[in-house]
Design a protein around this ligand. Structure first.
Ligand code: 9YW
Length: 430
């Protein structure tokens, strides 16, 4: 185990740049939002200054309206598409003046990441001081979500692009995406020069991804216009679970540091409404799982993915519902021939075991699932998620994603020496 831990530390140090980490060499040369959060958790175990700097650098690129972009383009490299010249974040009046960024976001993990680094810290006083210096920025980010991304005032926020979900090409988006009338754009992909094209989204899928961005850019990334016009508007259980978990952490942390009572009250108000709506709207009795809701077309998306189980992490289901959810997990994803947890329902005809978010196991989702199961006392299953995670990395290396089928001997895909794989393994082993 020590060898594995040392390798994880080596990877994190190698992917460290000046003040932030890249997710991995070649494929992802900039700073990604939720990657940074997960990476900070790993650094906290052996290098707290880097954990703090990772978070501070991301927050340094926050926009004036509280929005935190999904990519911060620290360098000029043109080895990634779409890069800074495509996104043109400066179109938005509140965009960062200091950095070029994207104009979409990613799951809001920072609130609970702050609580995690405090849990790991051996110098709580110093870590609390750091938290005191940054917590209001995370609060501002939550304010952005609840005031700009919840047009029906439900306590549930939308994402306007599949890249915002973090689960980029999940079959969850197929119907929405394939009903879009996207032009056939001319552009040069860079990802497929680094990774086998069969493991990445197709050219036509990229056309649709760009089409959504074109509409947002045409309206200078105005939230109001996006809510009105974007063909993609989804309430995602993963995204909302991360926000709800982060609300919970911000309440705890503000209480610990003796922070503003008004902010605590506001967070509690958001939280109560969010959990209620989440349980009323996003649980599907027939499937026995949480689902995504297509807000543009006002319909449920009736598929199960690893995102369907993330509400456990945010303490959203009651005990009985949690049991039902875990039954669904085990009956569809928990076959003995499969590692937990495939990113998409292995029983579905849309399941593709090698293709990115259409089936492979991702370590950040496993970490979220593991912690959720522990919280509800599902000891045996949480142990299986942890053991499966360690085994996948031990057998294959620190890949970006993994084949869930046990009979596949070389099952690591995408980028190698991937930061959050290293970082979250370290956390699981400590
Ligand atoms: C891309 C960096 C990002 C992750 C996303 C993942 C992938 C980028 O990599 O998206 O170009 O497709 O889907 O969750 O943050 O690791």
């Amino acid at each position: 185990m020590n060898e594995l831990k040392n390798k994880a530390i080596e990877i994190l140090n190698a992917n460290w740049r000046d003040g932030f980490s890249i997710p991995c060499e070649k494929l992802y040369p900039f700073q990604w939002n939720w990657d940074s959060g997960f990476i900070a958790i790993g650094f906290a175990h052996f290098d707290m200054p880097k954990a703090e700097e990772e978070i501070s650098t991301l927050l340094d690129a926050q926009w004036g309206n509280g929005f935190i972009p999904h990519i911060v383009f620290h360098t000029e490299t043109d080895t990634y598409f779409p890069g800074p010249d495509y996104f043109c974040s400066e179109l938005h009046p509140d965009a960062s003046k200091k950095y070029k960024t994207s104009g979409i976001t990613q799951p809001p993990v920072l609130g609970f990441v702050l609580a995690e680094i405090l849990r790991i810290s051996t110098d709580k006083k110093a870590t609390l001081k750091f938290i005191e210096g940054v917590i209001d920025k995370v609060y501002d980010n939550h304010t952005y979500f609840y005031t700009k991304r919840d047009p029906q005032n439900e306590g549930l926020v939308y994402i306007y692009h599949n890249w915002e979900s973090g689960t980029d090409n999940s079959p969850m988006w197929d119907d929405i995406i394939h009903n879009m009338d996207s032009p056939d754009y001319e552009f040069e992909r860079r990802d497929t020069t680094h990774v086998d094209a069969s493991q990445r989204p197709s050219k036509r899928e990229y056309d649709h991804y760009l089409h959504i961005l074109e509409i947002a850019k045409e309206h200078n990334y105005s939230d109001e216009k996006i809510a009105e016009l974007s063909p993609f508007l989804v309430q995602d259980p993963l995204f909302n679970s991360m926000l709800i978990k982060s609300n919970e952490s911000l309440i705890e942390l503000y209480t610990l540091i003796g922070g503003s009572q008004n902010k605590i009250k506001q967070l509690e108000t958001w939280q109560e409404k969010a959990i209620k709506s989440f349980n009323n709207k996003l649980f599907d009795e027939e499937l026995g799982a949480y689902i995504h809701y297509d807000l543009r077309n006002e319909r449920k998306i009736k598929h199960i993915s690893s995102s369907s189980f993330t509400p456990l992490f945010a303490n959203i289901p009651g005990k009985e519902r949690a049991e039902k959810l875990v039954q669904t997990l085990m009956s569809r994803f928990g076959n003995e021939n499969q590692y937990l947890c495939a990113s998409f329902d292995p029983e579905s005809e849309l399941y593709k075991p090698k293709k990115y978010w259409r089936g492979p196991v991702w370590i950040n989702l496993n970490w979220i699932l593991y912690n959720g199961l522990v919280q509800y006392g599902f000891e045996d299953i949480s142990k299986r998620v942890k053991d499966d995670t360690v085994e996948l990395i031990e057998e294959n290396g620190f890949y970006e994603y993994f084949d869930a089928r046990k009979e596949v001997s070389k099952g690591g895909y995408g980028g190698i020496n991937f930061s959050w794989t290293a970082s979250l393994l370290l956390d699981l082993l400590n």
